[in-house]
Ligand binder design. Structure first.
Ligand code: GLC
Length: 426
């Protein structure tokens, strides 16, 4: 496929999923606005419509909670094709939202869109308007999800990670009860192949946590300590650190000095704390189960994603070696779980398949440290996957089989981004 043809196709996906002031990830399976999908999709819009890109992020921030949290889903319009809907979350918002969050990649997106903007006046105005809210969200993380001040935030629900069904959560999640969860009807399995989706048992635990947090009135000063699930994910923390770092840089240039100084301090503390998750034997970072006080022995992409943060060069070089090892057991980089382990499943989501958004963030971090060959390899693999199998939600790293939802917004956004910003053999 020609480069221009691929971009046209990708733009068509964005258009079809555009609901005016926000995009849905895909029609059917995900009919609302998702947090990190929006931030990353804005990158795709920014190449042909900067105003629309800014609107995407502004809409997300418009639904920020008073305490600073930016929710993982905003239920703009009723749609009974998704479970669990607003009545299960019961967060009591005028426009309903869920009560948990998602990877805070908006700070990174704002800086990137700002820095390459053609309409620089609009970019400065939008960045000035958005940075205080994004900064308040970052402060919320360290206040509410790191109450002991370790420099690392914990996830209280697997859906906060963005890597919803990762092997990383299995052990901690098995300790979440299922008692008291009434009967419910899942909707995801009517839109996607059940073999690619979580099990019913897992769904009960997802809902148990929602009910628990709801019973505490969604009071974020209480949720962390009350949650049986508290997992520190290096990839999630890396995204937060990178966003703090980028907000610091941009705020400084815009003369927003207090935000700049506070953001820099959060990023520096986070980078130092990430070291505690490094595992020499595996050659990557690992999750930490805060409720049990142990590292989680699960070699997932969450432990490679820290290249997205300003971590030391020698750690980045070690992670390149790790990716080279993964390349020996798959056809397309970067698998979300190590294909040489028994837990690997190339079709079930976050337990093996490739996501373009994760590849993009990894490639961005490797580029910063001069690992251009690996960057090219990863981004070429992204485009080969799309050529072979279309704009799917995710792909099998061995067979390229398209999985999950089709016609997927952030997949299309990443294709636009990659084709516009890298020299690739498309
Ligand atoms: C799935 C993914 C999550 C994403 C959502 C919408 O739940 O795990 O990361 O935000 O779909 O695309």
């Amino acid at each position: 496929m020609e480069k221009s043809e691929m971009i046209d196709h990708a733009r068509q996906v964005l258009r079809d999923n555009d609901r005016g002031s926000y995009t849905v990830p895909t029609h059917g399976l995900y009919p609302f606005q998702w947090n990190w999908d929006s931030a990353l999709s804005a990158l795709g819009f920014s190449h042909h419509d900067e105003a629309r890109a800014w609107t995407e992020i502004a809409t997300l921030l418009a639904h920020q909670w008073e305490d600073g949290m930016v929710p993982h889903i905003i239920f703009h319009q009723p749609d009974d094709g998704y479970f669990p809907g607003p009545e299960v979350w019961g967060t009591g918002r005028a426009v309903p939202t869920t009560g948990i969050t998602q990877p805070p990649v908006a700070g990174f997106a704002v800086r990137r869109i700002h820095d390459r903007a053609r309409d620089t006046a609009l970019a400065a105005e939008q960045a000035r308007a958005l940075l205080p809210g994004i900064h308040a969200w970052h402060q919320w993380f360290y206040r509410c999800r790191d109450p002991q001040g370790t420099g690392l935030v914990a996830l209280l629900h697997p859906w906060e990670s963005g890597r919803d069904n990762s092997v990383d959560w299995d052990d901690a999640f098995s300790r979440v009860p299922t008692e008291g969860v009434g009967a419910f009807t899942r909707r995801d399995t009517t839109h996607a192949n059940p073999a690619h989706r979580p099990t019913d048992e897992q769904y009960k635990r997802y809902i148990w946590l929602v009910q628990k947090f709801r019973s505490l009135g969604w009071d974020n000063s209480r949720l962390h300590d009350a949650s049986p699930f508290q997992v520190v994910d290096p990839g999630f923390n890396a995204i937060l650190i990178r966003s703090c770092h980028d907000v610091a840089d941009l705020a400084q240039r815009l003369g927003m000095n207090a935000i700049a100084a506070e953001s820099r301090a959060m990023a520096d503390k986070g980078v130092a704390a990430l070291e505690t998750l490094w595992q020499e034997e595996q050659g990557q970072y690992l999750c930490f189960d805060r409720a049990r006080g142990t590292l989680v022995d699960s070699p997932s992409i969450g432990g490679i994603l820290p290249v997205f943060a300003p971590i030391p060069q020698d750690r980045v070089a070690a992670l390149v070696r790790r990716i080279e090892t993964l390349a020996e057991s798959c056809e397309y980089l970067v698998p979300s779980h190590d294909p040489s382990t028994p837990e690997f499943d190339g079709l079930r989501y976050w337990r093996g398949p490739v996501w373009l958004i994760v590849n993009y963030m990894i490639a961005d971090g490797l580029q910063r440290c001069g690992h251009g060959r690996m960057v090219d390899r990863i981004l070429d693999d992204c485009l080969r996957l799309i050529e072979t199998s279309g704009f799917a939600e995710y792909h099998d790293p061995i067979t390229a089989e398209p999985c999950g939802g089709a016609h997927f917004t952030w997949t299309a956004a990443m294709v636009i981004e990659i084709l516009n910003t890298h020299k690739v053999d498309a």
